[in-house]
Ligand binder design. Structure first.
Ligand SMILES: CC(C)(COP(=O)(O)OP(=O)(O)OC[C@H]1O[C@@H](n2cnc3c(N)ncnc32)[C@H](O)[C@@H]1OP(=O)(O)O)[C@@H](O)C(=O)NCCC(=O)NCCS
Length: 127
């Protein structure tokens, strides 16, 4: 299952702000990771009976820099359903604020979430 792609129904959309920059003036990778984690959790939560926690961020690829004013869309796809784990692929696109107003793929990541109960113990996901 997917949040939809291309251009439709991302799990999350957000505008990059000046507070999100690194010393080079582009967007700090840690900020992107935080949003990637949120977007992945939004997808994983749809498939879990209660809550999910992030157990692994397996691979993140920063393909292009992100700039202040860019509108980021986070597209999510559930790629694997384990007994208690859910693996989600996240693709991030940036709609550039300055001309040319293009939309470019900037980052991809694969994350593993675990379905847990109220005490944080692994809880099976429905098949
Ligand atoms: C997630 C957590 C509950 C798993 O506990 P655990 O005792 O390792 O549980 P299990 O060994 O039964 O593993 C549960 C599932 O996670 C998977 N898993 C565990 N560690 C993993 C890793 N490093 N990478 C990928 N999958 C992993 C297991 O394969 C298993 O999947 P399955 O049930 O689909 O086969 C525990 O590690 C935890 O609480 N971690 C902290 C999570 C957290 O706070 N995240 C927020 C970021 S700080």
């Amino acid at each position: 299952m997917s949040s939809g792609h291309p251009n439709c129904c991302p799990a999350l959309r957000v505008v990059m702000m000046p507070r999100d920059t690194n010393p080079n003036g582009t967007i700090f990778g840690g900020v992107l990771l935080s949003y990637i984690d949120q977007a992945g959790a939004i997808e994983a939560r749809k498939h879990a009976p209660r809550r999910v926690v992030t157990v692994a961020i397996d691979r993140v690829e920063f393909k292009q820099p992100v700039h202040v004013g860019d509108v980021l869309s986070f597209f999510t796809t559930l790629v694997k359903r384990g007994r208690t784990s859910l693996t989600v692929h996240v693709e991030v696109e940036a709609e550039r604020f300055v001309p040319p107003r293009e939309t470019v793929p900037v980052t991809t990541a694969t994350l593993v979430f675990v379905s847990v109960d109220e005490e944080g113990r692994p809880l099976p996901v429905p098949p």
